[in-house]
Ligand binder design. Structure first.
Ligand SMILES: [Zn+2]
Length: 147
């Protein structure tokens, strides 16, 4: 469920982005408002830091790639985004924070959703002592089938 859907009617994207930051308890900085606007103004998105940085450049926003990285981490910590780790170097950020899984299209470098109920997990190890499982986050890697 998008935070945006709860707060859109009649608001500009900018006001909406500001409202999202407020709800998440984040101070409003110029960079955060711009990036929130890019992330939450449309339907759910899966973006890498590099893709979001490109979007920011196209929107004429004067931001560095490291600012984009840091802001994405802050949004993740505030619960606005979910991080999908593809491998040790590549992460995508998902504006849909509900429980679900993902396909990773290796050639297109694209992430698409798998509904939570579409993967059944028969056997899960017990959590280490004193810990509880919060969620299971599967990434199914796929590639085009060549004849
Ligand atoms: Zn997703």
């Amino acid at each position: 469920m998008s935070l945006l859907a709860e707060s859109t009617s009649g608001m500009t994207h900018r006001a909406c982005a500001a409202a999202i930051l407020r709800m998440a308890g984040l101070r409003q900085t110029r960079q955060r408002v711009i990036l929130a606007e890019l992330l939450f103004s449309s339907a759910h998105r899966h973006v890498s830091a590099e893709e979001l940085y490109q979007d920011a450049l196209e929107a004429d926003a004067d931001l560095s790639l490291s600012t984009v990285y840091n802001t994405l981490k802050q949004f993740r910590q505030a619960g606005l985004l979910r991080e999908i780790a593809i491998d040790s170097v590549c992460s995508y950020f998902d504006t849909d924070t509900s429980d679900h899984h993902h396909f990773f299209l290796e050639e297109k470098k694209q992430v698409i959703d798998i509904p939570a109920g579409a993967i059944a997990i028969d056997r899960l190890p017990s959590a280490p002592q004193g810990m509880t499982v919060t969620h299971v986050d599967d990434v199914v890697h796929v590639r085009e089938q060549h004849a």
